[in-house]
Structure formats: structure tokens, C-alpha cells
Design a protein around this ligand. Structure first.
Ligand SMILES: CC/C=C\CC(=O)SCCNC(=O)CCNC(=O)[C@H](O)C(C)(C)COP(=O)(O)OP(=O)(O)OC[C@H]1O[C@@H](n2cnc3c(N)ncnc32)[C@H](O)[C@@H]1OP(=O)(O)O
Length: 719
């Protein structure tokens, strides 16, 4: 797993050979150990170069091995042997050097990178820390503050930034390997000691404690309960305050607390799940391996509201030419100004030039005739969307894809008004669409594999995690959100406050509780949808009592809040009070508390003490239960799809792996028992009735999550 050659007479070339990313598996570690020993012993060899096969240096430790018993030589002594050896070693970094890969390179005496290479220590994103000396060598190389940044965020760094930071010694547009071999010959005979990072002192600012405290406070705030970022700060602190060996000891101790933790398991599950959702399949037998996306170069976006603007920006940022369409000149001008401002702001942050040249604006639908793919992002109103789709179907070229950004309307109903239902798919972006990483691609019953492949591929081009889902009200994400929101409202009726509910959910790890999130989205959005569904407003069945709709318990609280003119952050008043319209600082509002008390009196509800555990269980188990139903209905292809939707689209804390993974961690029997308990206490809430799939899984001994597919009621998903 490591090839050995002697090149240019005196240079030992060691090539890691473990495709696709040359991960440091046991076999690779053994290969490196053996080849380095051989090179150190061979008197003809004066220096070494370590590189990776297929243009990738090394993607780090083999993550798949973490769940197995340790075998093969450990990384720490392997890297120490390279550093301590008396022959210079040069790392030739092409493609990527991540995690253990960069730590290996830091053990080398010199690093040469290709200009397109990226480096980083992303262990924190796997619930770990760089425990092959990364927390000790990197600060000694680049200083305390930049090392803290890189290690606690896990961010990827370009070769250019790596050069500026001092992580690499040279960057080349030519072959990094050729340059490294040349370099390895030149440095023979030069003093090696100063190149051994373990012998250096960490460059620190005058106020080390201040920096560490400030970083710890920031990290805790960002971490939302994740342990790894905190351990990373503690390990880097050791690099600033302890001698190297003691620092290494600390690194190992901290790693031991993380390595077998449920958080690390959850985050490593997310790593593989994120990649698994890209491998989609349909019941027809079409799948990502046999369905080619059609090339798309001209894209149009219809509607420049919040969603349309975000989608346009995302497309332009991905280098695509976009025709942005509005209904009238005034709206077009507003949209144009806002999109341009967003692009300029984004470019400024990246120190780049905004690609305004890729943008074209029109109010004339006829200009769409040469467009390859159209994304409709008009108001969430079926009649309006149908009218748009009819028009698109007649003006666009016959093979253009027609995509809708609906967040939950029936994609088949829209496809049916066109002359090309097979080219219609849902592309459900999440606000703000240029920031949020999730894209739900909705497969209608007549969508062709090519349309699905094209939408999935477009999502990837935009840097999104695209998840294929089936067509039903709300698709996967919003369908599961419904019982979650419902439980939150019921909890208010029963005695909770918005702060209590949000506090419990934020403590769980969500960036924002449900009521703050509703305020941010705008309370009128759901109000309008509920009016259309006949749950509030003039279309309510007059025979329905105030707290029942369509045969089940209903809370009119959110409707009543909207009727008071409280629309959320946008007008400064929602479930909370804000410093100003559009303000972000939420404070509890005594008038909401009074309103809730009066509501309870009016409806004869005696408020009771509700604790955080009940909030978490009722909101999250109801959501998870709907996840099981979505799986059983074939709307979600697998639990990984649901989990990635929630992690990337709804702020589910990554260190808890997503709702379905979390259910497995809590234990399916417990989820079932608690749902049964709450269902008994609230017989009028059907969402609390445990799903048949959950019952089947528990009856079968609660198999691990990767076996759940075997228990689905349909052998194939509906997709
Ligand atoms: C003592 C502890 C010391 C060290 C700890 C570590 O090193 S932990 C590992 C740290 N490394 C990382 O987190 C990097 C993970 N990999 C990536 O970020 C990307 O894979 C990479 C290297 C940038 C390449 O990206 P690309 O988009 O080209 O490929 P893709 O991500 O789809 O990966 C291709 C397949 O390789 C599998 N894979 C990638 N990295 C690893 C790894 N470190 N271990 C095991 N497997 C890895 C990935 O899962 C893909 O396979 P698939 O079957 O498609 O899932």
C-alpha cells in the first residue's frame, strides 16, 4: 500500500497507494513504516519524497477503520520516525492533504504543494481532534491564533493560503512531485533540526490566556453542545503552554475522551451519509450510476422574491449564466438591485469580482426559448404556479427541464398542465438559497431519470447536498416539520412559554428554537398555507370547535398571533419582541405571556409545569415518527436521506447525526414507549401514534440503522 522507488539516484520516492483518497489504512501505515525504515537504512538514499497516487496526497486516517479494533502501526510513532530520521523528507502535496494526511506532511521536513491542492485538519467535523500530532505541530509551525482557527473549524485551506500561513514551503502550477524531487536533492546536507517542528516553540501573541479564553468562548457558542471543538482548544492550549511531549500526551488523553463517543459516531455517520445520498435510485431500476445528467448551460429563474433571488445568486456563484424573470418592470428593478447587491456583498467577502456579467433580467417570457432549465420560484400558490407552468410549457424549447421550487405542493399536479411531464421535477431550495446547503429534488410520478439526474447534478454544481425525495405534501423535510410545530403549539396551550420550548430545543443543539425560527421565517407564511388548507379563515367548517379541525386536535394559537398583526422579525413582533422591525435580538414578550394565559382561561385549560425533557420528546419524537412514516411510504429512500435533509436544511445538530440516527442512539424501544405514553395522554393527536415501521423494527430487536431498509413495507421506495 506504499510503493518504493529510487529516483534521480539518491532520492527514495514513497507513494501512498490506496485509492480513491489514499486514506491511511492499517496497510498504508505499515507500507509507510517499512519503506521509510528501508530508505533510512539505505546508504545510497540521501533524501525522501512522500506523495500519493492519482493526484491525491492523502485524505487522512481511514474513517471506516474507526469502528473496528485497531490494527497495524499507529500514526504517532510512524510520523515521529519520519521527523526524527536524519535524512530530509519532502511531502509532495497534490489534490488534498487532510487530517492524518496533513499530519504526515507536518512530520516531513518540507512541504511542496500544487496550486490546486487543499489542506486542512477537518477532524473536528468528525467529532475528533487531530491526534497524530496535528494539535502540537501545526501551532509550532504557523502560530497559535491561525492554528486555533484551522483546528477548531476544520476548514479547508487553499494552497495559496497555506503558503501565506507557512504550512507549505512552495506552491507550483507544474508537477508538485517533480519539484519535490528536485527540492529533496537540493536540501541534502542542510541542517535538519530547525525543520523538525516538534523542536520548535509555538509562536504566541503577548496575551496567550486572553486569546485562548476568547477562542474557547466563541467555540462554545458555535459548538451547540459538540465536545470536539472544545477538546481542540484544550489540545492547542497544550501546544502553547507545555513542552512537546507533554502536549502530545494531552492530545492523546483528549482524543481518548472523543474517540468512542456517540458524538464522534454521529458525525462519522454524517460523513458517509452525505456521500450515500448522492447515490440515488428509482424503482424503475434507473440510478445515479446509469442515468446521465444532460448538460445545462442556460438557466432561468422565474420570480425574484426571497427564494428566487437566493437561487439566482447561487447559480451565478457557480459560474452559470442566468436569465432572471419578473412579471413587471418595478418588481424586476427591485429584484435586479437586490441580486446585484447580494452578489457584490458575497464577492467582497471573498475578495473576488462579482460575476454580474452572467446575469440577465427580463419581463418577457419569450426570452426563455433557448433556456435549458427553468426554476420556477413564484409565490406558493397552486393556481399561480399552474399558470406559470402552462406558459413555460408553450414558450420553452421542447426539451427544456421545468423545475419548481415549491416547498410542498404537488409536483404531479404541476407536471400535468405541461406537455412534458417527464421533464418536470421539484427543486426545493431552503432559505437563504445561496447559503443553505440542502436541495430536495422531488421526483414526480412521471419525472424521467434524466430529469432527476440533471437536477441532482445541478445541485452538486451549486455546492448543495442534493437529496432525492418522493412527491407528497411537504415532501420529506416539511412533512416531518408539521408534527414538530404542532407539538410546540400544543405545549404552549398546556402551559409552556415560547422561551421554555425554544430553550429546550436550543439546549438540544438547534441553532434556534421553533418559535424563534418561525419569527425569522415570517409567521404569515404558515398562516397563508393554513388558510388555503381551510384550517383557519373563512373556509373553516363552522361545525368545528375552536381547537379541532378536520377531526383532530388543532391549535389556533399561531393564527391568533398573526391576527394581532404579529408577523415575526419582519415587523419586530412575533412570538418574541425584537429591538426593531427586521431586528434579530429576541426578548420574551410579557404581552405574549398574558395572551397565552387568557387563551388558556378562555378554553378552560389548566396550565401545568412542563419540563425540558417533555419538550424535546414531544417535539422530536413526533418528528421522528413522521420520518418512519415517510420511509415506510417510500417518500424517503433511506434514513440517511432524512438525516441529511435535517442536518443540512433544518439545523439538526450534526453531532446528533440527524433525527433517524438519533432515534437509534436513544434506542428505538424508548422512542416507541414514549410515543405510546404521549399518545395515551393525547388520544386526539394522531401524529403521536407510533408508526408501524417503528413497531416492526422494535419487534425485530431494533436492528442497526443500516438494516432498516430491510423492514420497509415496500421492497422499493416510491421514488
Ligand atoms: C489518530 C487520528 C488521526 C487522524 C484522524 C483523521 O485523519 S480523520 C480523517 C480526516 N480526513 C477527512 O476528514 C477528509 C475526508 N475526506 C474528504 O474530505 C474528501 O473525501 C476529500 C479527501 C476532500 C476528497 O473529496 P472528493 O469529493 O474527491 O471525494 P469523496 O469525498 O466523494 O470521497 C471519495 C470516496 O472516498 C471515501 N473517503 C474519503 N476520505 C476518506 C477517509 N479519510 N477514510 C475513508 N474513506 C474516505 C469517501 O467516503 C468516498 O467513498 P464512498 O464509497 O463514495 O463513500
Amino acid at each position: 500500500m506504499a510503493r518504493y522507488e529510487q529516483v534521480q539516484g539518491t532520492v527514495a520516492l514513497i507513494t501512498l497507494t490506496n485509492p480513491p483518497v489514499n486514506a491511511l489504512s492499517a496497510a498504508v501505515r505499515l507500507g509507510i513504516t517499512e519503506t521509510v525504515t528501508r530508505a533510512l537504512r539505505d546508504p545510497e538514499v540521501k533524501s525522501m519524497v512522500i506523495c500519493g497516487e492519482n493526484g491525491v496526497f492523502c485524505g487522512g486516517a481511514d474513517i471506516r477503520e474507526f469502528a473496528k479494533p485497531m490494527s497495524g502501526p499507529p500514526l504517532v510513532p510512524m510520523i515521529a520516525a519520519i521527523e526524527e530520521g536524519e535524512k530530509p523528507v519532502v511531502a509532495a502535496i497534490e489534490g488534498a492533504a487532510f487530517g492524518g494526511g496533513l499530519e504526515l506532511a507536518l512530520g516531513c521536513h518540507y512541504r511542496i504543494a500544487h496550486s490546486k491542492a487543499r489542506v486542512g485538519l477537518p477532524e473536528v467535523t468528525l467529532g475528533l481532534l487531530p491526534a497524530a500530532g496535528g494539535t502540537q505541530r501545526l501551532p509550532r509551525l504557523i502560530g497559535l491564533a491561525p492554528a486555533l482557527d484551522l483546528i477548531t473549524t476544520g476548514r479547508h485551506v487553499t494552497a495559496q493560503e497555506a503558503l501565506k500561513l507557512g504550512i507549505v514551503d512552495q506552491v507550483t502550477d507544474q508537477s508538485a512531485l517533480d519539484l519535490a524531487i528536485q527540492f529533496a536533492q537540493q536540501v541534502v546536507g542542510q541542517p535538519l533540526l530547525p525543520r523538525k517542528l516538534s523542536t520548535r516553540q509555538t509562536p504566541c501573541p503577548p496575551d496567550v490566556d486572553g486569546l485562548l479564553e476568547e477562542t474557547m468562548a466563541q467555540v462554545k457558542q458555535r459548538a451547540r453542545g459538540a465536545m470536539a471543538p472544545i477538546a481542540c482548544v484544550q489540545a492547542v492550549r497544550a501546544a502553547a503552554t507545555l513542552p512537546y511531549q507533554a502536549g502530545m500526551q494531552k492530545e492523546q488523553e483528549l482524543m481518548a475522551t472523543l474517540f468512542h463517543s456517540s458524538q464522534a459516531r454521529a458525525m462519522q455517520y454524517c460523513f458517509f451519509a452525505q456521500r450515500a445520498v448522492g447515490r440515488w435510485s428509482l424503482s424503475s431500476g434507473a440510478h445515479s450510476g446509469n442515468s446521465k445528467p444532460r448538460p445545462v448551460s442556460k438557466v432561468a429563474v422565474i420570480g425574484l422574491g426571497t427564494m428566487g433571488r437566493g437561487i439566482t445568486v447561487a447559480l451565478v456563484k457557480a459560474g452559470m449564466s442566468v436569465l432572471a424573470v419578473e412579471t413587471n418592470k418595478k418588481q424586476l428593478e427591485i429584484g435586479k438591485q437586490m441580486v446585484s447587491a447580494m452578489l457584490k456583498h458575497d464577492a467582497q467577502k471573498r475578495n473576488a469580482t462579482p460575476r454580474l456579467d452572467l446575469l440577465h433580467f427580463t419581463i418577457d417570457l419569450l426570452e426563455l426559448k433557448n433556456t435549458d432549465l427553468i426554476i420556477e420560484a413564484v409565490f406558493e400558490d397552486m393556481a399561480l404556479k399552474k399558470q406559470v407552468f402552462k406558459e413555460l410549457s408553450s414558450v420553452c424549447k421542447a426539451d427544456a427541464f421545468l423545475c419548481t421550487n415549491t416547498s410542498g405542493l404537488d409536483v404531479d399536479e404541476l407536471a400535468a398542465v405541461t406537455k412534458r411531464p417527464e421533464l418536470v421535477v421539484g427543486m426545493h431550495f431552503f432559505a437563504p438559497a445561496h447559503v443553505m446547503k440542502l436541495l430536495e429534488v422531488v421526483h414526480g410520478s412521471r419525472s424521467s431519470p434524466e430529469a432527476v439526474a440533471t437536477a441532482m447534478h445541478l445541485g452538486k454544481r451549486l455546492g448543495k447536498v442534493s437529496v432525492l425525495v418522493g412527491n407528497c405534501a411537504g415532501f420529506v423535510g416539511n412533512r416531518m416539520l408539521k408534527p414538530y410545530l404542532e407539538q410546540a403549539n400544543f405545549l404552549l396551550e398546556e402551559g409552556a412559554t415560547p422561551e421554555l420550548v425554544d430553550g429546550a430545543l436550543e439546549e438540544f443543539g438547534f441553532p434556534m428554537g421553533v418559535f424563534k425560527m418561525s419569527d425569522l421565517s415570517g409567521l404569515d407564511v404558515g398562516w397563508r398555507i393554513r388558510k388555503e388548507a381551510g384550517l383557519t379563515g373563512p373556509n373553516v367548517d363552522p361545525r368545528d370547535p375552536p381547537r379541532r379541525r378536520q377531526g383532530r386536535r388543532y391549535s389556533p394559537l399561531p393564527d391568533l398571533v398573526c391576527e394581532q398583526g404579529r408577523l415575526g422579525q419582519k415587523n419586530g413582533r412575533g412570538w418574541y419582541l425584537y429591538d426593531k422591525p427586521g431586528g434579530r435580538v429576541a426578548t420574551p414578550d410579557p404581552s405574549i405571556h398574558k395572551f397565552l394565559e387568557e387563551y388558556r382561561i378562555k378554553h378552560g385549560i389548566s396550565p401545568r409545569q412542563i419540563d425540558r425533557q417533555e419538550v424535546v420528546e414531544r417535539c422530536l419524537f413526533a418528528l421522528i415518527n413522521e420520518g418512519f412514516r415517510s420511509l415506510d411510504d417510500g417518500i424517503a429512500a433511506g434514513p440517511e436521506d432524512i438525516d441529511m435533509i435535517y442536518v443540512f436544511g433544518y439545523g439538526w445538530p450534526r453531532h446528533r447525526g440527524g433525527p433517524m440516527f438519533y432515534a437509534g442512539m436513544v434506542g428505538l424501544p424508548r422512542v416507541l414507549t414514549r410515543l405510546e405514553h404521549y399518545r395515551q395522554a393525547h388520544p386526539e393527536v394522531p401524529h403521536l401514534e407510533p408508526s408501524p415501521l417503528l413497531r416492526r423494527l422494535v419487534a425485530s430487536g431494533s436492528p442497526p440503522i443500516n438494516k432498516w431498509r430491510d423492514f420497509l413495507q415496500r421492497p422499493h421506495s416510491q421514488l
